[in-house]
Design a protein around this ligand. Sequence first.
Ligand code: NAP
Length: 342
Amino acid sequence: MTETMKKIVLAKRPEGMPTEENFRLEEAPLPELQEGEVLVAVRYMSLDPYMRGRMDDAESYASPVPLGGTMEAGTVGEVIESRSDRFAKGDMAFGMFGWATHGVLPAKQLRKIDPDAAPISTSLGVLGMPGFTAWAGITAYGALEAGQTVVVGAATGPVGSMVGQLAKLKGCRVVGVAGGPEKCKMAVETFGFDACVDHRAHGSASEMRAALAAECPDGVDLYFENVGGPTLGGVLPLMKIGGRIIVCGMIAWYNGATDETGQIPLGKFWRRVLVKRLQIFGLLQTDHVARFGEFVREIAPKVKSGEIAYVEDVAEGLENAPEAFRALLTGGNTGKQVVKIS
Ligand code: NAP
């Protein structure tokens, strides 16, 4: 068995878009196992937009990664040593091992993964945190009824594609927003959206408004917010009275761009909330985690039967994680971005 592991640490805090110099690949001895702990060789590591926030030393819902600390990530891998009766050698486990080839955690912080139920990488995407985020938001705040219109950005990603598919199952009209004609085609053909608007072809809020209005002739009942920027500026005027906005993410602004929601001043936006009696919900998936089992029981059979589709984008090798992460922040990924470690 190997005696060392590799990990990627935060070398420097980024200003704007991260560059290669914000990350450093290091080699370290394998950690010692204590009683109750498990050593895992990581097979797949997840890359997610939230990791950009963890690189900043700013107040948020979670602590930043310290300088020199291992970048945070959900991972799935094989147990290669166990000092817990909950895991045996050869078991597959999900845990927060970070950007690393190996890791040790107490068994109680790990979740056993059944490799016969679905490919293990799905525990990072469609059957993991992003899929759950979509399910939790729709279940807790969606209040969807057949015939309603739903708009969601980053439509081919693991959150957006799940939102769209859940809304379709409820009988809604679902309009996605995605970057480029290929992704828009995927939203419709693979994920069953009714339509998809290319935000790269409609760069301003007014252009987005016109493009979305054509696809949402009755207005929008639910906007599932993943992106911010001109997409948000374009959707807001189309919200129906009593419409709902689930604020899940705003990736257009994660690198510090400040485009004022596509030219809608705050005062005008606030007035719109009043006049349209909008309901706005901040969504943090961790608040709903007690329902994770319910999510898996409902969604895993649908994934197995193909009723819910998923797409994964697999980068090869830990050393390529920084580049894949940078691409994710600008739409270079197609589907759930994971990194195959071994
Ligand atoms: P993802 O779709 O796999 O990747 C991010 C996507 O965002 C990119 O592929 C790109 O898609 C889009 N994007 C990037 N820059 C953009 C811009 N300037 N304008 C519009 N779109 C842009 O990501 P995900 O994992 O499904 O996450 C989606 C959102 O949910 C993110 O905002 C994330 O932070 C959030 N999230 C929140 C929670 C929570 O608990 N609140 C949990 C998980 C995720 P296109 O090429 O299609 O534009």
